[in-house]
Design a protein around this ligand. Structure first.
Ligand code: NAD
Length: 379
């Protein structure tokens, strides 16, 4: 048995289906705590519409401070109907990402072997797909200056005698590239030891620097296979030979587009977790923000219909990356896979001959499976 520990987790359920799926992720974490003898200290905070109503901000300074003091943050989803609202619920996410410097966004895609038919891609192409996209999250085109006239990194629409023109700035420093590329190589060492760095070095200066830095960093990881790929070729190969990828690392905009493309390999939004990692190391791992990739899904909120698997797999990522609990993370992932193999589905995955469960019931089955799988660890 591994060491038993005490960990603090900030829990921000948010809006819509956020609280429903987060509740199930917390149940599964409680099952892990019970089986492995850990103590998880959950501290709840409001974000999104709930926080705007109660505290006037999408996330209060107090909640941010609680997050900062924790080992990891478990986030549900924010957003929903808010006609004419001055404060946007999504500001909670931007404040968290920027304020806590979460620069590395990790999105694993590993379609369940029992669900290959749910994707729009042919099952034989999906066989063996197990990849992770590492997207740079705090630099590049998204962080130009939005106020006209601020020098340095312009991002604006301006009027000229010939008509309007617009400009965005794609700026990366060597240090920003190096730290994200290192995240990718460190991850690859714990996986199948292959990194694909994606750029547009045939056209963009920022990509030429990206390639140069990635090449230099790769020399520190002689045990990891390394390749460069142009972003257009990568978009094609993600559909043509997705099983050949292990870790893909890329800049902000390319990552935004490629992660949505890659998510379709897994069939449903309700299945996919994500992690955003920062610069701070905790006693146990890297401080991070963990959230399912889906939103608050107001169309199905409050009906016990949401698929909690993305949130539960998000909790597994939290254990692996921020708490250093790899075996426990693998137990959750195995429990999810076995429930899918046993034929349990939520409404979004409806299939002929499968048993349809509600959010709570699916969470309950997965927690029970965790207990069964980790049985030998009971303290
Ligand atoms: P969405 O992800 O909330 O929903 C898209 C579709 O997928 C809906 O039909 C929904 O019912 C379905 N869906 C999503 N998650 C599901 C799950 N776990 N189980 C079953 N079905 C699921 O995206 P949207 O409808 O474009 O946005 C709704 C709100 O969420 C908006 O306010 C948007 O701004 C916000 N949003 C928030 C985040 C976030 O918090 N990180 C991300 C994306 C969107």
């Amino acid at each position: 048995m591994g060491t038993q520990g005490t960990y603090s987790i900030a829990v921000l359920p948010g809006d819509g289906i956020g609280p429903e799926v987060t509740e199930q992720a917390v149940h599964v974490l409680q099952a892990i705590a019970q089986q492995y003898g850990h103590s998880f200290h959950f501290q709840y905070g409001l974000v999104g519409l709930a926080a705007i109503e109660a505290e006037g901000k999408a996330i209060s300074d107090e909640t941010l401070a609680v997050c900062q003091g924790s080992d990891a943050i478990l986030f549900g989803a924010v957003g929903g109907a808010q006609p004419g609202a001055a404060v946007k619920p999504e500001e909670a996410l931007f404040r968290l990402r920027k304020g806590l410097q979460f620069f590395a966004n990790l999105r694993p895609v590993r379609p369940s072997p029992a669900m290959l038919d749910a994707s729009s891609i042919k099952p034989e192409i999906l066989q063996g797909v197990d990849l992770i996209v590492v997207r740079e999250l705090t630099g590049g085109l998204y962080y130009g200056h939005l106020e006209p006239g601020v020098p340095g990194k312009p991002s604006e629409i301006r009027e000229t005698p010939q008509g309007y023109e617009a400009i965005d700035t794609l700026l990366y420093t060597e240090a920003e590239i190096e730290r994200i590329v290192r995240v990718a190589f460190d991850l690859a060492r714990e996986r199948r030891k292959k990194v694909t760095s994606v750029d547009k070095a045939n056209v963009l200066s920022s990509s030429v620097l990206w390639r140069r830095v990635a090449e230099r960093v790769s020399k520190d990881y002689p045990d990891v296979a390394f390749e460069h790929l142009l972003v257009d070729a990568c978009a094609m190969h993600l559909i043509r030979r997705p099983a050949s990828f292990d870790v893909i690392v890329t800049e902000n905009l390319f990552g935004d587009i490629l992660t949505d493309e890659a998510s379709m390999l897994a069939g449903s939004m309700g299945m996919l977790p994500s992690a955003s990692l920062g610069t701070r190391r905790t006693e146990h791992g890297i401080f991070g923000l963990y959230e399912p990739i889906h939103g608050s899904a107001p169309d199905i909120a409050g009906q016990n219909k949401a698929n909690p698997i993305a949130a539960i797999l998000t909790a597994a990522m939290l254990l692996r990356h921020s708490l250093g609990l790899k075996e426990e993370a693998a137990t959750i992932e195995a429990a999810v896979e076995q429930c899918i193999q046993a034929g349990y589905r939520t409404e979004d995955l409806r299939e002929e001959g499968k048993e349809i469960l509600g959010t709570k019931e699916m969470g309950q089955r997965i927690a029970e499976k965790v207990v069964a799988l980790a049985g030998s660890h009971t303290v």
